[in-house]
Design a binder for this molecule. Structure first.
Ligand code: PLP
Length: 388
């Protein structure tokens, strides 16, 4: 049994602030009673302020995968063609889910080291004059690789192609940590979830819904019930839900978004960029390689690090957990064993990051992983020399 706090430095679920834990511990109330409406309306308003939308939003009691499915069944019909991208493990899983539902997935191969290429979006849509493609689905922050795709450029590419497809964006590991603007960037469905930048436990997922997506849902051909926007939006208008909501997580959502606004969203984004830059300074000093190969796409929320040839990332992670009580993210899918991921999102400050990097540097040494010492110093110097 170790003393002090466990360091949960995976790229989600993230550390839940004490304030949010306390809010979640309030007594559960009658979700059909008069008191609930204020909570429901406030939680939805707060969610919209983070999504940056004045349009519709919904909250599901589900993990992010549920909201992936919900986005597809609310807007599309069986057999519809969807343009999807192999950005990494999550891009791949979303495409598999779409195929399972009976969608016709046009899957653009990727190298798991870079984001969605806007030029490819334009090219694929321009090659579809009959508009068979009904949606373009992009993962904003690919949590398996530490790469952030450039959504405004993807939107601009769609507009240049003059194509009417819907834009569906997964912001599961970016919402509340990385600049994102549902309305201004022209997203049709934005998908988020609770357990990452929003500093909540797992269990809630979200949609921002454009007017165009709402119209599409009226003629969408998929059978849907639990995920159906129509009864949800109807109940939400009065602050209620069509079925039992995750009441205590809604208390948490209200508190967590209040914390983000107290710090200021822009400041929250800047803090994430800064902690990410300090992390990359450490990785560079260790002479290890970043998975992301495009500097403009470096993730503010996590850094995926490639192991030297022949070294096992899972052995390193296990040693760091056992000796220092620090959890790091595993390599996912085809990166299994070859990559470890440092989560630096959510409720995290400079000493929290330096402690994490210190445990990693000690772990590199104790497992005999080929590296150059000095990563922690490099990160500390970066933090000392830049202001927050
Ligand atoms: N999309 C992204 C980018 C993710 O990071 C995750 C989970 O980590 C998911 C989708 C799946 O979400 P969940 O595990 O909450 O179902």
């Amino acid at each position: 049994m170790s003393s002090g706090r466990h360091f949960l430095q995976i790229p989600g679920p993230t550390n839940v602030p004490d304030r949010v834990l306390r809010a979640i511990s309030y007594p559960t109330i009658d979700h059909r009673g008069p008191e609930f409406a204020d909570l429901g309306l406030d939680a939805l308003d707060k969610l919209k302020s983070v999504l940056k939308t004045g349009a519709d939003a919904v909250i599901y009691p589900s993990s992010g995968t549920g909201a992936w499915e919900a986005a597809l069944v609310n807007t599309l019909s069986p057999g519809d063609r969807v343009l999807m991208f192999e950005s990494g493990q999550f891009g791949t899983l979303w495409a598999n889910l779409a195929r399972d539902l009976g969608l016709d997935v046009e899957f653009v191969p990727g190298d798991w080291r870079s984001g969605v290429d806007p030029a490819v979006v334009e090219e694929r849509l321009s090659a579809d004059p009959g508009h068979r493609i009904t949606a373009v689905a992009v993962v904003h922050s690919e949590t398996s690789t530490g790469v952030v795709s450039r959504i405004p450029e993807v939107r601009a590419a769609m507009d240049r192609a003059g194509h009417p497809a819907l834009l569906l964006v997964d912001t599961i590991s970016s919402l509340g940590s990385v600049d994102y603007r549902h309305d201004e960037w022209g997203a049709d469905v934005t998908i988020g979830s609770s357990q990452k930048g929003l500093m909540l436990p797992p269990g809630l997922s979200f949609h921002g819904i454009s007017a165009k997506a709402r119209r599409a849902s009226e003629s969408a051909g998929f059978a849907r019930s639990y995920w159906n926007w129509a009864p949800m939006l109807e109940s939400n208008a009065g602050g209620y839900f069509p079925y039992t909501p995750a009441t205590n997580l809604l208390y948490g959502l209200r508190e967590a978004v209040a914390m983000l606004h107290e710090e200021g969203l822009e400041q929250v984004f800047a803090r994430h960029r800064r902690l990410a830059a300090a992390t990359r300074a450490a990785v560079e000093a260790w002479d290890l390689e970043l998975v992301c190969r495009v500097p403009e796409e470096y993730s503010p929320v996590l850094t995926a690090v490639a192991m030297p040839e022949g070294d096992d990332a899972d052995k390193l992670r296990a040693a760091i957990l056992e000796r220092f009580d620090v959890s790091l993210g595993a390599g996912l899918g085809r990166l299994r064993g070859r990559v470890f991921r440092i989560g630096h999102l959510g409720h995290l400050n400079e000493p929290g990051l330096l402690g994490t990097l210190g445990a990693i540097e000690a772990g590199l040494r104790l497992t005999g992983t080929a590296h150059r010492p000095g990563g922690v110093t490099a990160a500390a110097e970066y933090l000392a020399d830049t202001s927050g």
